[in-house]
Design a protein around this ligand. Structure first.
Ligand SMILES: [Cu+2]
Length: 161
């Protein structure tokens, strides 16, 4: 019982710790995101590993885009899509390097929590011309340290013409 509880608590979903941010347990903030429907439009494959986030293409025309997210790693990951002019290193962060979801300078398009190892999920959205970032904001306790997947490099840029 104790060991099971301790194991369950080794994974910290960082947004739950921020008092003023969007509650990740609520529905996706943009209603036209349709998690679970069939892929349509331009397909962008998003591959998650420890600790990389790679895209099959880094740009698209402004249109309907389906992001197909596949976790090829051994840990749980997340997928956030932000519209922002900020470079990855300029995003607001928390003390141990996680993306600060309560900060300024970005708009959250969608968040998918708990993409387990081997999971493959997708969401479809209509993207407007602009700059986007995709990132994993998972924070995992490893020993005495909190390891931010974003800080470790799980972020990629995406441009919509
Ligand atoms: Cu991750």
């Amino acid at each position: 019982m104790t060991a099971k509880l301790a194991r369950a608590m080794t994974f910290v979903s960082f947004p739950a710790l921020t008092a003023c941010s969007w509650d990740p347990t609520e529905p996706d903030p943009t209603p036209d995101n349709d998690v679970g429907s069939a892929p349509v439009g331009v397909t962008v494959n998003v591959t998650l590993t420890e600790h990389e986030l790679t895209l099959s293409r880094s740009s698209s025309p402004a249109s309907v885009v389906t992001f197909v997210v596949e976790n090829q790693g051994s840990q749980t990951h997340e997928l956030w899509l932000l519209e922002t002019d900020l470079a990855p290193q300029d995003l607001p962060t928390r003390p141990h390097g996680a993306f600060d979801t309560g900060g300024d300078g970005f708009e959250i398009v969608v968040e998918i929590d708990f993409v387990a190892a081997t999971d493959r999920r997708w969401f479809t959205t209509t993207v407007q011309s602009g700059s986007y970032l995709l990132l994993c904001n998972y924070v995992v306790r490893e020993g005495n340290e909190l390891v931010s997947h974003f800080h470790e490099g799980m972020v990629a840029t995406f441009e919509v013409q």
